[in-house]
Write a protein that binds this ligand. Structure first.
Ligand SMILES: Cc1ncc(COP(=O)(O)O)c(C=O)c1O
Length: 371
């Protein structure tokens, strides 16, 4: 076991537990700032951790611009002292009145959201202008992920014109998330990312030439932000998220990135049902189940662990080392996908200098807080 992940006394930690190793978390934050060339161009996403204590560490590093995906996360960020929040989500239905309530509750926060369709944008503008508030709206640009957004071109220009003309909203620029760019080789990833981004830049230039303000382009995630950081355009902001805690999936997928895992699961043996099986209290109610069964965690230090069964509260592994485990023994597991994993936990146990130091609530894991 890597000594960085040593925990001296686990007797106060109820398992299955999300552990955050604070020194490694801070190292990841510093590395993120270093890649960005400074805190000014960063707009990190909080989806990975959902904790106001992490936001406070980012603020201490001078990171003033922040990104989120839910109104609960936005509320957490505002309460943590963030004054520039980008809720990178298309606002529809009751979320329209929640956005208005947010603006009324936090008049000193500059809130931005996204849009990729005309009708919800019009409804948002009506609601905000009727309430006497305003939000920035970023055009959600689809660069190939085909999850949300609109491809650059005449329809995108018409929508941006609507953003510019709608009372109660301000033109905020573009949202350019490219989470589909998963090339293992940095060189191949760079070629693919830049091929799309050149089209976005040309579109930006076209709109600016037509008199429309495009103050910012919020680009990329962990895999692509080092590529955007190479471009000398001060209107580009980078929005990585996963690298803050990092996980087995990203460590494997992107060997060029030097972020280390800052979160591990502590689990305990609850049974040894057969001579070659060990069962842990690490079901999929404790660790994200979006990776395929058998690959949801890496069992630290059990090289031949084969994950043969996972239920809600059980993880069964097959290993030639089974006889070395007794019920009650500790084990550590590295989640493959940390973002949905942290959302499964009420609190994280924070380890500093090898000891349990604090417990941080995973404050915005809920869909709504008060708004
Ligand atoms: C819109 C958006 N921005 C930023 C991110 C952060 O990307 P990553 O997790 O690769 O750092 C995500 C991740 O899902 C996202 O959906």
């Amino acid at each position: 076991m890597d000594p960085r992940y040593h925990v001296a006394d686990t007797s106060e930690i109820i398992t299955p537990a999300l552990l955050i190793f604070r020194e490694q978390l801070e190292a990841n934050l510093r590395h993120m700032v270093q890649i960005a060339g400074g805190p000014e161009r960063l707009r990190p996403h909080c989806k990975t951790h959902k904790m106001s204590q992490v936001i406070s560490l980012e603020l201490q590093l001078g990171i003033t611009k922040h990104k989120c995906a839910t109104l609960a996360e936005a509320e957490m960020q505002a309460d943590a002292g963030v004054r520039d929040i980008f809720l990178a989500y298309n606002i529809v239905g009751p979320n329209i009145r929640r956005v208005v309530a947010f603006c009324q509750r936090y008049p000193d926060v500059r809130l931005a959201v996204t849009a990729d369709h005309s009708a919800p944008l019009a409804a948002l503008g009506q609601a905000t202008s009727a309430a006497g508030v305003s939000v920035d709206v970023l055009l959600d640009v689809d660069t190939g992920q085909h999850r949300t957004g609109i491809t650059v071109g005449p329809a995108a220009r018409t929508l941006y014109e609507q953003i510019c003309k709608t009372p109660g909203v301000r033109p905020g620029g573009f949202h350019v998330y490219d989470g589909h760019q998963h090339q293992k080789s940095l060189d191949e990833r760079r070629v693919a990312v830049l091929a799309e981004f050149r089209k976005v830049q040309a579109f930006r230039d076209e709109l600016v030439a037509a008199g429309m303000p495009v103050p910012r382009m919020v680009c990329g995630g962990t895999a692509s932000f080092p590529i955007y950081a190479e471009i000398a355009d001060p209107t580009i902001e980078f929005s990585p998220g996963t690298c803050i805690l990092n996980d087995a999936g990203y460590s494997e997928a992107f060997p060029d990135l030097e972020f280390r895992p800052a979160a591990l699961m502590l689990t305990r043996v609850i049974s040894r049902p057969t001579p070659d099986r060990v069962t842990f209290d690490l079901g999929y109610k404790a660790v994200a189940s979006d990776p395929p069964a058998g690959k949801r965690v890496s069992m630290v230090g059990i090289d031949d662990a084969e994950q043969v069964l996972q239920n809600e509260e059980h993880l069964v592994i097959k290993t030639s080392h089974a006889a070395e485990f007794e019920p009650g023994d500790d084990a550590y597991a590295l989640p493959r996908h940390i973002c949905p994993t942290s959302a499964l936990h009420k609190e994280a146990f924070v380890i500093v200098d090898g000891k349990l130091a604090e417990r941080w609530p995973v404050a915005s894991r809920d869909r709504w807080l008060t708004l």
